[in-house]
Ligand binder design. Structure first.
Ligand SMILES: [Fe+2]
Length: 191
């Protein structure tokens, strides 16, 4: 989708003036606090259409891109019981996630800090800065849905065999700003 001054796109089932305003297409870099607001408001205000968009796939975790701007990516993820991620960081991007339904278990760590565990229940929102790494899994007995946002968008994550192996230095962000067309092509590859 193209506005008069900036490129961005919103999932067709969610597209409205209020959602377009919510993703602030003109904003190039989001803080963790702004990302928290984005995922919590999206989960709260759009619960009904998000539940219609959601799919649960036994073979692998499922996700759908809800919005993409030059400054932020917004995704809906589903988690059947037992599904989860490997330990990973977000490549220097900031992020946030809000649990829409179910409960997610998060094991997380900042460089040089202790590894911590937390249960993220329905309605919980967790914002984080660049050095955060985590492993997220549905260890419950009911499916879970969550809304995730990252800024800058589509920065490659790095996987680890263990959260003990997080490096002391935060990985640098991409040095070259990418065009929206490049971002969109990458997002299509990850969809
Ligand atoms: Fe993550």
């Amino acid at each position: 989708m193209t506005s008069a001054t900036v490129d961005f796109e919103v999932h067709p089932r969610l597209d409205s003036a209020s959602v377009r305003a919510l993703v602030h297409p003109e904003r190039t870099l989001w803080t963790p606090i702004e990302l928290r607001l984005l995922t919590s408001v999206t989960a709260g205000a759009l619960a009904a259409p998000l539940s219609e968009v959601a799919r649960f796939v036994p073979e692998r975790r499922w996700w759908a891109r809800l919005a993409l701007t030059w400054g932020v990516e917004l995704w809906l993820l589903s988690w059947l019981p037992g599904q989860g991620t490997r330990p990973h960081d977000h490549g220097g991007a900031a992020g946030s996630f809000t649990v829409l339904t179910g409960t997610l278990s998060e094991t997380y760590r900042y460089p040089g800090k202790q590894i911590r565990h937390a249960q993220r229940a329905t309605g919980a929102t967790i914002g984080f800065g660049a050095g955060h790494a985590h492993e997220v899994r549905n260890r419950g007995v009911v499916p879970a849905l969550s809304v995730h946002a990252y800024s800058p968008p589509l920065v490659p994550t790095r996987n680890y065999s263990s959260l003990h192996h997080i490096p002391d230095r935060i990985p640098p962000l991409p040095a070259r700003p990418r065009s929206f067309a490049e971002l969109r092509a990458q997002a299509e590859d990850e969809s």
